[in-house]
Design a binder for this molecule. Structure first.
Ligand code: GCU
Length: 668
């Protein structure tokens, strides 16, 4: 380590924060009324009447007000030098995405005290370069963002995180890919975007003592972590725009949570960022401070005194005296595209306050003849709005999910790149409920295994209306039994005593709860159409997880993260399966894709697949005439069964259901 950080460089010390003991308000009725300052006003309080006046007077004024009262002085630019060589490697990502991985150490400034940041950049490598790039900082080091053993482990101080496998404040092998569910590289590359990231702590470790580095009396507008992180983002941009593979006019700055606040501040101050994206940035980010809802200035400045300038804390409890509010920050992005994402359950970030800030920032876009968010009605959940300023509030809690990135890319496709987003066939958001178990089946679901392990329609042989939920590989009665609250695999020596659902489906959401058993490493699987296997396997300790581990789409993609639980614990898979489409001759005309969640973590993100690759499918290994018939019907109709796999281990299943997404499902 031994690197200087910007925290030291700016000699940052802050007055101790306001002790905060208040209860946050989560009651909309108690928000009260407030008046917002004009986001396009100059020092005389009058709104700019022309783009020229805004640019010459109002914009610099608004920036200065935010510097003085919220973020502190902006740090001055510094020369950026690559230390050593830029590493370029061609890599194949899950879903057969050809990519180029770049890594560079950048010295930000001159002299020994200059901080060094390591930048990781994935680019689509399919002849589309130069490409637009989404740049964002990360919380736990580049290695945690993606499970690629070639990613450098940072030497910087990291916050300890037991679950992520980080102790001693240093990156570990175990932490590789821990946050990959927040950074869907293959999916974004497939959409033509490059993905760049760096660890925020390279320049300003996220810890309050950072403020104790020097003087006891910092100036009221002394910069904090947000200013340092915004500066880091601009310096990385200095380097990105030198790369032939990167479209200089299409680098968007993106950030989640505290790093969303930093992204907004970076984008506001540095107009080279072609678009700005805030994901659940909340207080001090996209949410209005004057709305007394969720996190308050008192709360944030007492818990994170090192993030903002000291003066910000002085507005705790007297928000009406602030000469700005967070809509003024958003307005500084104009006329460029701005996207703001919230989550319904993230009340701490005040989703409504984030939406209302977009509405209140609109004059800045209108001044430019653009429409801004163009509505003052908060949209329903999972329904993005706005073309120049976009916004969505998705179902779920404070997280950064594939859904957020996909909707952000839809927005940027139009607003930044002037192209239509691909037609979505993912049937809206997919972030299923995975707790508490057993999960209640939704409307329209066909239950195959009940919550107590009982089998719908019984386990006996039958036909017509009596037909049970599953038949054996021979098409007869299954011999699996209900034990300990689950339908237990009757393990066979040949490992081919699978059970085959009698319901067939084409595109569907599939939910399955299961518990592994120690023999044969708890091996089993969900065979979708009997062709594509989502692995069930005892693999808690496998880091980074491999192709045979739980969460893998066997022979296509290892899981993004290890989300496996120990032997015997009830676990849960939710899968969105979009089947391949075939022509009359049976050739695939459009690959299938699937997204899968395992125990609350995204393990497969829109992974593409075409012809099956496993030699063990029930149409090869242990095949019967009955299964040959099933395979033939898949080729003819595109619809197939769910097969629960016998792989020599007495794995148990319960609460297994299928929710067809199209009209191609067939019930016996
Ligand atoms: C805390 C903090 C938020 C911040 C978040 C995060 O919840 O109060 O302001 O956005 O951490 O960065 O995860």
């Amino acid at each position: 380590m031994g690197r200087a950080t910007v925290g030291c460089l700016v000699s940052l010390v802050m007055a101790s924060g306001v002790a905060w003991s208040g209860e946050p308000n989560f009651d909309e009725a108690r928000v009260g009324t407030y008046t917002l300052p004009d986001p396009i006003a100059g020092p005389d309080g009058a709104a700019a009447k022309s783009v020229e006046a805004w640019r010459a007077v109002a914009r610099p004024h608004q920036l200065a007000v935010l510097e003085e009262n919220v973020f502190g002085r902006r740090l001055t630019s510094a020369p950026v030098a690559v230390v050593g060589a830029v590493e370029r490697a061609d890599v194949m990502l899950p879903g057969d995405v050809r990519a180029r991985r770049l890594q560079a150490r950048l010295r930000l400034g001159t002299g020994d005290a200059a901080p060094i940041t390591e930048v990781l950049l994935f680019l689509p490598h399919d002849g589309r370069e130069p490409v637009p790039v989404l740049l964002g900082l990360n919380f736990l080091g580049n290695q945690a963002e993606y499970p690629d053993p070639g990613i450098w482990l940072p030497p910087s101080w990291l916050p300890n995180d037991e679950a992520a496998g980080i102790d001693q404040h240093l990156a570990t092998e175990a932490s590789r890919g821990w946050l990959a569910h927040r950074w869907p590289v293959p999916a974004m590359l497939k959409r033509g975007y490059g993905m760049a990231t760096a660890y925020c702590g390279d320049v300003f470790p996220d810890r309050p003592p950072e403020r104790d580095a020097a003087a006891a009396q910092p100036s009221a507008d002394a910069p904090g972590a947000m200013a340092a992180w915004a500066w880091q983002l601009s310096r990385i941009l200095d380097w990105l725009v030198t790369l032939p593979e990167v479209r200089k006019d299409a680098v968007a700055v993106v950030g989640f949570s505290r790093l969303g606040k930093a992204a907004l501040w970076a984008g506001a101050g540095d107009e080279r960022f072609a678009a700005v994206v805030s994901m659940e940035s909340g207080c001090g980010g996209a949410a209005l401070s004057r709305r007394d809802y969720g996190e308050s200035i008192a709360a944030i400045t007492s818990r994170f005194p090192h993030w903002f300038c000291p003066r910000f804390a002085s507005f705790a409890g007297r928000e009406a005296d602030l000469p700005c509010d967070q809509h003024c920050l958003l307005a500084l992005v104009a006329p460029r595209p701005l996207y703001v994402a919230s989550a319904v359950e993230d009340r701490w970030s005040d989703p409504r306050g984030e939406f209302l800030a977009c509405v209140a920032a609109e004059p800045a876009w209108r001044l430019h003849g653009l429409e801004g968010i163009a509505t003052s009605d908060a949209p329903p959940t999972d329904t993005p709005v706005g073309r120049t300023v976009g916004y969505h509030v998705r179902a779920g809690r404070h997280e950064l999910l594939a859904y957020d990135w996909q909707r952000c890319a839809d927005f940027l496709d139009r607003a930044l790149l002037g192209r239509m987003p691909p037609t979505a066939d993912d049937h809206g958001a997919f972030h299923p409920l995975q707790a508490p178990l057993p999960v209640q089946p939704p409307a329209g679901a066909v239950v195959l295994v009940e919550a107590d392990g009982g089998v719908a329609g019984g386990a006996g042989e039958g036909s017509g209306a009596d037909r049970p939920a599953f038949v054996s590989m021979g098409g007869g009665a299954i011999d699996w039994k209900v034990r300990d609250g689950g339908l237990e695999v009757e393990a066979s020596g040949r490992r081919s005593n699978h059970v085959v659902s009698t319901v067939t489906f084409r595109d569907a959401d599939i939910h399955a709860e299961f518990a592994t058993s120690p023999e044969a490493s708890g091996n089993s699987g969900l065979y979708l159409h009997g062709l594509y296997e989502l692995q069930i396997f005892d693999s808690v300790a496998s880091r980074p997880p491999q192709m045979q581990d739980e969460g893998a789409l066997y022979r296509f993609a290892p899981p993004l993260v290890n989300a496996a639980l120990p032997t015997g614990a009830w676990q849960v898979y939710d899968v969105r399966f979009i089947a391949p489409r075939r022509d009359a001759a049976g050739a695939i005309t459009r690959p299938g894709h699937l997204t899968a969640w395992l125990n609350g973590k995204l393990v497969q993100d829109a992974i593409e697949f075409a012809e099956p690759r496993s030699p063990y499918t029930p149409y090869k290994h242990g095949v019967t005439d009955f299964m040959r018939g099933v395979e033939k019907r898949i080729l003819e109709t595109g619809a197939g069964p769910l097969v629960l796999q016998d792989h020599g281990s007495r794995v148990r299943f319960r609460n297994v259901w299928i929710r067809p997404l199209d009209g191609a499902a067939v019930s016996p």
